[in-house]
Ligand binder design. Sequence first.
Ligand SMILES: [Zn+2]
Length: 130
Amino acid sequence: MSRGISYITGSQLLSLRRLPNIAIIDVRDDERSFDGHIAGSLHYASDTFTDRISNLIQEVKGKDTLVFHCALSQVRGPTCARRLANYLEEVKEDGGIKNIMVLERGFNGWEAAGRPVCRCTGIPCKDESA
Ligand SMILES: [Zn+2]
């Protein structure tokens, strides 16, 4: 059985992102340091994503919905979402993760729509934007 990956729009995510069951996973690479990020998002760069996948699963314990994005959510975001879905299938364990989603239009679309961007340099994000 294959897990589906669905898409979420920026406006949907804007209203849902503060829910405690949602984790936002930013898989951009170096751009995160320069371009800001969605407040509270976790950073798992696409180039090391596969190696860190078990860390990710630990870090999102208790969240049932993961929203992936990269700059445009055309390549890296969906690819990493798919890798996670495949990994969960292989290990036959879902870690409580029910929904794997991709943010439509990615971070660039989020920012272009005037949605809030956090520019903290904290790891993890200090979530300084409102
Ligand atoms: Zn931040």
